[in-house]
Design a binder for this molecule. Structure first.
Ligand code: XMP
Length: 486
C-alpha cells in the first residue's frame, strides 16, 4: 500500500528566513567561501548547469573567474567536450606547460591557421627535439602577404629572445616582463629544450580576478559532465586528460543502479585524478547511496528546474526546499557536500538553498540569457532573448538541428538517459548581458541575506537559519505590490 509522508514538501516561495541579531557592519565582512566537493572549495557557492544552452568553455571561464565553477555539458562528442575543457584550462595559465609550437619549415599560412584556431597571438618555433629556435607572433605575420613564406624566415630567432629557467617564480617573471616590455617568456632547460611559457596577459588576468577558482598551477577550475553508459568511461578519460578537475555524473534519476555503478567505476579508474559529483537525487537515501559508492558531492533536485516537466509528466519529485533540508541532514552526517540544483529564481533562493543545508547551488535559467551561454541572441517583438531548453526537452532529444554536427547527433541520443518522453521544454529567456554581472548580483544578494542572519560564513548561515512558513498573503506581501511597476 502506498503511504503518505507525515511532512509537507516546501519550495523556496513557501518560506522566508527570519532575521537575527547581527554584529556585521558591512556586507564585505561576509565570506562566501564554500565546499563544492569533499576536496574543492569555491570562493562563491555558484555553479553553472551542465546544459547545452548554459555551459561550454566561455561560461565556465567566467564562472571560475568569479570564484564559482562551470560544468561543461555532455551533449556533444567526447572530443569536442574535452576541447572545451582544455580551453578553460588554457584560459589563464601561469605556466603553460605545453605551449603551441610550430616547425621552422612550416608556412606562414599554417602558422596563421594555428593561431586563429586556438585564438592565440604567438607560436614558439622548435626543432624536432623540442629545442627552442625562435618565436613567431601575430605582428610578424599580420602584414605578410606571401603566405608561402617559411616560419624560419619571419620569426624572431632564439638569440634575440629573453627566456627563463624552470622554477622561476611569478614575482621574478613579473619583473622580467616589466624590465623588458615583452609579452611572452618561454621557459627553457639547460639543453635549450622548451619546458613551458609564461604570458604577460595571464599575469595581468591573475591580478584582475583575485577571487578566481584555480588549481595548484594557477589554472581555472572546471568540471565536466558524463553519463552513465559504459562508453562514458572513454569520455571520462578524455576529459581527465584535458585537465577536468571534477567529473559530474549527470542523470535525471541519480538514485539508480546505473549511476551507482558508474560512480564506482569512475572512482576505481580515476578516483585519484578527479573529484566525482553525482546526481540528481531528492532523498536522504539517495545521498547516502551515492556517497557510499564514492561520490565527493551529491546533486539534489528532481523537477524544480525552470524548464523541467518531470513532475508533470512523471508525477515525481520533491519540492526543492524540503529536498535540500532532508538531503542535507544525511549529507552532514556523512560529511559530503550537496549541490542544490534547479529552481533558483532570485538571489533570495540562493540564500534559502544554502541556509537549508546546500553547500553550493547550480543555476541554469538565470545564466542562460547571458553573453557567455551558447547560442545567439534572438529578437522578438523588439526585445532580445536567448533560447534555453531542458536537456530532456523534445528538441534536445530529437536532434540538435540548430547546433550540432553529425557525430554529435549520437552524443545527443544520450539525452535518452534523461527520458524517452520530453520531460523538459524549450523557452525564450530575456537577454541579460554579462554572466559576470548576473553572478555579482546573486552574490550581493547572498551577502545581504547572510548579514540579516548575522552570519559571517556559510556554516554560520546554516546554523543561524530559521525558516518561517508563509501563506499566499505572505507571499503577496513579499513581492512588489499595489503599485504600478515602471
Ligand atoms: P534552473 O531552474 O536553474 O534549473 O533553470 C536547471 C536544472 O534543471 C535540470 N534540468 C532538467 N530537469 N528536465 C528536467 O526534469 C529537463 O529537460 C531538464 N534539463 C535540465 C538540471 O538539473 C539543471 O541543472
Amino acid at each position: 500500500m502506498a503511504k503518505i509522508l507525515d511532512y509537507v514538501g516546501l519550495s523556496f516561495d513557501d518560506v522566508l528566513l527570519v532575521p537575527k541579531r547581527s554584529s556585521i557592519r558591512s556586507r564585505k565582512e561576509v565570506i562566501t567561501r564554500s565546499r563544492f566537493t569533499k576536496r574543492i572549495w569555491l570562493n562563491i557557492p555558484i555553479v553553472s548547469a551542465a546544459m547545452d544552452t548554459v555551459t561550454e568553455s566561455k561560461m565556465a571561464i567566467t564562472m571560475a573567474r568569479e570564484g564559482g565553477i562551470g560544468v561543461i555539458h555532455r551533449f556533444m562528442s567526447p572530443l569536442r567536450q574535452a576541447e572545451e575543457v582544455s580551453k578553460v584550462k588554457r584560459a589563464e595559465n601561469i605556466v603553460i606547460e605545453k605551449p603551441l609550437t610550430i616547425s621552422p619549415e612550416a608556412t606562414i599560412a599554417e602558422a596563421k591557421k594555428l593561431m586563429s584556431q586556438h585564438g592565440i597571438s604567438g607560436l614558439l618555433v622548435v626543432d624536432s627535439g623540442n629545442r627552442l629556435l625562435g618565436i613567431l607572433t601575430r605582428r610578424d605575420v599580420i602584414f605578410e602577404d606571401n603566405d608561402g613564406k617559411l616560419v624560419k624566415d619571419c620569426m624572431t630567432p632564439r638569440n634575440r629572445m629573453i627566456v627563463a629557467s624552470p622554477g622561476i617564480t611569478i614575482e621574478e617573471a613579473r619583473e622580467i616582463f616589466r624590465e623588458n616590455k615583452i609579452e611572452k617568456l618561454p621557459i627553457v632547460d639547460d639543453e635549450g629544450r622548451l619546458k613551458g611559457l609564461i604570458t604577460s596577459i595571464d599575469l595581468i588576468k591573475r591580478g584582475t580576478y583575485p577571487n578566481a577558482s584555480r588549481d595548484e598551477k594557477g589554472r581555472l577550475l572546471v568540471a565536466a559532465a558524463i553519463g552513465v553508459k559504459e562508453q562514458e568511461l572513454e569520455r571520462a578519460k578524455l576529459l581527465i586528460d584535458a585537465g577536468a578537475d571534477v567529473l559530474v555524473i549527470d542523470v535525471a534519476h541519480g538514485h539508480s543502479e546505473m549511476c551507482i555503478n558508474m560512480i564506482r567505476k569512475v572512482r576505481t579508474l580515476y578516483g585519484d585524478q578527479v573529484d566525482v559529483v553525482a546526481g540528481n537525487v531528492a532523498t536522504p537515501e539517495g545521498v547516502e547511496d551515492l556517497a557510499a559508492a564514492g561520490a565527493d558531492a551529491v546533486k539534489v533536485g528532481i523537477g524544480p528546474g525552470s524548464v523541467c516537466t518531470t513532475r508533470v509528466v512523471a508525477g515525481v519529485g520533491v519540492p526543492q526546499l524540503t529536498a535540500i533540508m532532508k538531503c542535507a541532514e544525511a549529507a552532514e552526517r556523512i560529511g559530503v557536500p550537496i549541490i542544490a540544483d534547479g529552481g533558483i529564481k532570485e538571489s533570495g533562493d540562493v540564500v534559502k538553498a544554502l541556509a537549508a543545508g546546500a553547500s553550493t547551488v547550480m543555476i541554469g535559467r538565470l545564466l542562460a540569457g547571458t553573453d557567455e551561454s551558447p547560442g545567439t541572441i534572438v529578437v522578438r517583438n523588439g526585445r532580445r532573448y536567448k533560447i534555453y531548453r531542458g536537456m530532456a526537452s523534445m528538441y534536445a532529444m530529437l536532434g540538435r538541428e540548430f547546433r550540432l554536427g553529425e557525430n554529435e547527433a549520437e552524443a545527443f541520443l544520450d539525452a535518452s538517459e534523461y527520458s524517452y518522453y520530453a520531460e523538459g521544454i524549450e523557452a525564450y529567456v530575456p537577454y541579460t548581458g554579462s554572466a559576470s554581472d548576473v553572478v555579482k548580483r546573486l552574490v550581493a544578494g547572498l551577502r545581504s541575506g547572510m548579514s540579516y542572519l548575522g552570519a559571517r560564513t556559510i556554516d554560520e548561515l546554516k546554523r543561524n537559519a530559521a525558516f518561517i512558513r508563509i501563506t499566499s498573503f505572505g507571499y503577496r506581501e513579499s513581492i512588489p505590490h499595489d503599485v504600478e511597476m515602471m
